[in-house]
Design a protein around this ligand. Structure first.
Ligand code: ATP
Ligand code: MG
Length: 469
């Protein structure tokens, strides 16, 4: 009856739906009593909060916005606590001793996040004891915390990287929590990727076990945009913008010579979001290769076949490849068990491998025809820039959301946007989630349609599929 609508007779059709609240952990779950204070923002020089300014625990954000009304299982709604200032807080300004740490690889926006945490704690909440932990997790037990104030961090957002330094490895739980305890930190802001968030979960659990009044807050960082649950992570939009410049350069190079082939390798170990969005945002790409979609080189319908066709039709061709794509094609040059200091498997360079394979192929197939392959790997240029305007604004909201939550006593949470509104999400949920490019949905269909690129299905495979049908 959904299709029998009459414009002059609006219908309200009730739907059966399931609802669940994902409660954010709170200090009061294990500390009793935990007295309230009135939020210092009430008396702030800078704020004149109106009644609607304050959020309460009943303010929630729903996760699903697109549902299939004919499929009751898709109506299940999960609600998350909305981020923002609470009228009552669990810390007084003088009591707070905050620590900020950055771990893992660098990403545009790290310095903006640090700066905004410092500024907002200082100006909004009157907190004066704010410290930076240098060099990642190991900094908790191997160096002295450095005092931070708005003056010190004033220009930090204009720089790429992290002014606090970062590292991989060095995660010794006991040493870290001992240091948190002995330094008297009671709000710990941890900025980093998936590994860092797993570490933050362990710190939160240990702190809870020791019944310490310490809020552990995660601020997810991944330029690849592969964190689950949240809409997107900071640095991603900056990365796409810079990636587009590389694609554009590859296109100009390719167009300028006979049989010109531009090849750009972009970040994305598990998820090809940067490659996808740079492709959609530039419109100069002939084929986008991502970790979520397998491809093959030789034989009918393979990548070489496709490149041959594009060169014949247009005289040039541009390929974008995400770093995690086609790993299974590379005859491992290094031992497959090689790991970095944090225990992550290292990747073989698909860009170099593809470039060499394409050059060798052309030379053997068309030895007397001109050909030029221009390979661009802009990875470190992209990672090292400061955040753009959109990401900087995101970093500000993210940081404010995080510290409003800590001041209110929430802990073991990640701050991040869900459907455009910042929320508090349990840390372990985010640490164990991944956001891959959904190749069954419209975005990937969109990529294929703008590039007119194939699905890379082997002939035998498609015949088999036809037989099954
Ligand atoms: P990215 O991969 O985006 O650069 P990341 O946070 O995943 O960021 P890693 O180098 O994997 O970067 O980890 C950062 C820190 O987190 C390191 O100090 C590492 O020892 C620690 N870490 C990684 N995985 C875990 C884990 N499972 N449990 C505890 N700590 C971890
Ligand atoms: Mg990682």
């Amino acid at each position: 009856n959904y299709s029998n609508r009459h414009i002059d007779e609006p219908q309200v059709v009730p739907l059966p739906s399931q609802q669940q609240i994902l409660s954010t952990p709170h200090l009061s779950d294990y500390i009793d009593p935990l007295p309230d204070s009135v939020n210092p923002l009430l008396h702030s020089r800078y704020f004149h909060p109106t009644e609607g300014f304050w959020l309460s625990d009943s303010d929630m954000v729903a996760q699903n916005i697109a549902v299939d009304i004919l499929d009751p299982s898709s109506h299940t709604q999960t609600f998350f606590h909305r981020a923002g200032p609470r009228y009552h807080v669990k810390f007084t300004s003088d009591e707070v001793r905050a620590a900020i740490v950055t771990c893992g690889g660098i990403c545009p926006g790290l310095n903006s996040v640090i700066r905004e945490i410092v500024d907002a704690l200082w100006y909004q909440y009157g907190v004066k004891q704010i410290y930076g932990i240098e060099g990642g997790y190991r900094g908790f037990y191997s160096s002295e915390p450095i005092p931070l104030d708005p003056r010190k961090v004033d220009h930090w957002h204009n720089y790429g990287g992290t002014k606090l330094g970062t590292s991989r490895g060095g995660f010794y739980l006991k040493k870290i929590v001992d240091a948190i305890e002995s330094q008297g930190f009671n709000q710990v802001y941890i900025i980093g990727g998936d590994g860092t968030m797993k570490g933050a979960v362990a710190i939160f659990e240990e702190v809870r076990k020791r019944k310490l009044k310490v809020c552990v807050v995660g601020l997810p960082k991944t330029v690849d945009n592969d964190v689950g649950i949240i809409d997107r992570s900071f640095g991603f939009q900056t990365a796409v913008e810079k990636a587009r410049e590389a694609v554009s350069a590859a296109h100009v190079e390719a167009e300028s010579t006979p049989n010109g082939l531009g090849l750009v390798k972009l970040m994305g170990r598990n998820a090809g979001h940067i490659a996808v969005h740079a492709t959609l945002g530039s419109r100069d790409v002939d084929c986008c290769l991502i970790p979520e979609v397998a491809f093959f080189m030789e034989g009918q319908g393979g990548l070489l076949d496709f490149v041959q066709q594009r060169l014949a039709e247009n005289g040039h061709c541009v390929l974008v490849v995400a770093e995690g794509a086609g790993q299974e094609l590379i005859k491992k040059s290094s031992s497959s068990s090689e790991k970095d200091m944090s225990g992550n498997p290292t990747f073989d360079d698909i860009g170099l491998w593809l470039g060499k394979t394409l050059k060798d192929w052309w030379k053997s197939k068309h030895p007397n025809e001109l050909f030029a392959l221009k390979y661009i790997d802009p990875t470190y240029m992209i990672r090292a820039v400061p955040s753009n305007a959109t990401d900087t604004a995101y970093c500000t909201l993210l940081s404010h959301s995080a510290l409003h939550g800590a001041m209110a006593g929430y802990t073991g949470f990640v701050a991040g946007p869900i459907n455009g509104r910042f929320c508090y999400i349990p840390l372990d949920l985010v640490a164990n989630s991944k956001h891959l490019v959904d190749v069954d949905n419209l975005t990937w269909a969109w990529v294929k349609s703008v590039n007119n690129q194939p699905d890379f299905i082997r002939k035998e495979q498609s015949e088999q599929e036809e037989c099954v049908q």
